[in-house]
Design a protein around this ligand. Sequence first.
Ligand SMILES: Cc1cc2nc3c(=O)[nH]c(=O)nc-3n(C[C@H](O)[C@H](O)[C@H](O)COP(=O)(O)OP(=O)(O)OC[C@H]3O[C@@H](n4cnc5c(N)ncnc54)[C@H](O)[C@@H]3O)c2cc1C
Length: 612
Amino acid sequence: MGAGIDYGNLDEGRHVNYWALDRTLQRELRRVYDPTDFEWAEPRLEEFGELIGHTVADNADYIDDHGPELETYDEYGDVQNFVRYPAEQRENERAVYEAGIVADAFEAPPGRDEPVPFSHFLAMLHLLSYADAGFGCPVAMTAGAALVLERFDEDDLEGYYHGLVSRDYDGLIEGAMFLTEEQGGSDVGANETTARYDEEADCWRLTGEKWFCSNIDAEGTLALARTEDAPAGTDGLSMFLVPHGDPEGGVLTVGDRREFEGAPPGEALNDQLYRRLKDKLGTISVPTGEVEFDKTKAFLVGEREAGFRQMTEMLNLERLANAAASCGVMGRALLESRVQAATREAFGKTIDEFPLMREDLVGMTVDYEAATAYVAEVGRLFSERERARRNGASRDELDDEYRLLRMLIPIAKLRTGRMAVDTTSYAMEIQGGNGYVDDFVTNRLLRDAQVLPIWEGTENVLSLDVVRALERENAHEPFMQTVEERLEAVTHPALADAADTVASEYEEVTAALVTLAEADPDYVQLSAKRLAHYVFEVFTASLLLEEAQADLEDGDGRTALVARQFVMTELETGEARGITGGDRTVLEAFEAIVHHAPVDPETVAETVTADD
Ligand SMILES: Cc1cc2nc3c(=O)[nH]c(=O)nc-3n(C[C@H](O)[C@H](O)[C@H](O)COP(=O)(O)OP(=O)(O)OC[C@H]3O[C@@H](n4cnc5c(N)ncnc54)[C@H](O)[C@@H]3O)c2cc1C
């Protein structure tokens, strides 16, 4: 068992190795990877954590002040749709894509016979988001677009697929997804963009306007549009690949674009207008803008009028990626807070010696562990399903995983997005006045985090999605089975009280599910968000207890403290807000929980003091 981490030795949460410092992520990945995958992944994550903690983090700070700029027209008034990126952003892109963040999930990397599970992609995204959650957006959409082409394209778009999964930066194209129109972001069925087949050009042509287009100049953009005579609503939407370049010139890779030494000539461009970039609060590294399609050339992806269903596959990965990014942002905020609390003095002591600050840091750490454990678990289920599907398993064979994921993915996104905002907001306060100032990273972390609950579906919209998963897929069945199995496995006496609490809350959440199955639609909607959070809490509590049980058996009592603290704060309501109860756990467990000091299992039942 290693020693605790001395955050007082660090100056800031930068110029460090994010992987080496993140024992929570390490524990979770060791749990969800199979041992040979972990052996392969560990040194690569170590190297990636070093890269993100130094070059990428430094560049990300610069990019926040000097983000991409759009030059829609050239000096003669001709459309050029040129997005100018700072050199620092190009450096980050090259380093991160060439580390295999997308490629490894689709094509066997050197030294392996098959691609790496998606858990690895999520882990890299988690680490990347310590430095730049904005850049996480194009990375996630590149993987999402590749997943859609892998599943639904019948080789017509092979060149685009190869660009999306390219490990070589010069051969890369990035993905994007254009769904939102001014009249409908949540209500995608209100999309009005039309698609008509052009016999002469032998391609589709899109006409309409997209209102929020992140990674606006991606070559591998997937957009939804309605073909002639298609029905209203989501059932009438088809999916199209809409390249940045004129497809007659072939796939326009990063390397091809660089050869133009500036904007590509007009004839190399597709027929569309990038109207303007949004002047956003955060995520500056990803250019988000408005696009007008004007008979824009496009390729149909998969089946006509199956666009929304196909897009759901991409959205699932995007939402999971958003959750991983939320965890990364929380991880950075927590690291900055730990360092600040261990080094900043007030009233003659470092501020982490004060009881209130100890309570804050324990709370933030437990939130981070809960979010990371949940996302790693959902990532594991997602990875297993994708691996089985690639190996030919049918939908029926994957039914339980499918139904469980259908409910757990929207919850992952909605809960962690909210936690990222709360954690970064509080991390800013821990920095004091400096935290509010642009020179300090907490300022950017909060600005970046604020979009995490909005894009890819708001908290309300995702809560309604959870209810739909229950109504249409009976998603509660695999959920209940999973929680019951976990609770049965928790036998250690140190976990008995917490396990009793979770078992009783499990009964309550089950009763809530029964009530909602019979309730009128308004009442179901009214309860949807509370239910989604409740499911997160019960599921995560059972997961943390199961992990705590395993760690106790392996001689470490720290996870037991984390699990008990999570259960206490999320599922118990102490009398008089806990004040009359005299509980001092956060003070006694501070070293163990916040600094990862080892805990002897023998001491966990009666005392929570760390070994050292
Ligand atoms: C920085 C940024 C980048 C983006 N990038 C992209 C992109 O690349 N591609 C893309 O397609 N979109 C993108 N979006 C758009 C984003 O996905 C939408 O803004 C989001 O889904 C919400 O849609 P909306 O803006 O139309 O809001 P609305 O759908 O109008 O929602 C407004 C409010 O109403 C609530 N609401 C809506 N319906 C219900 C309901 N039934 N019950 C209760 N409450 C409800 C919502 O929760 C929200 O609070 C981006 C947005 C931002 C901010």
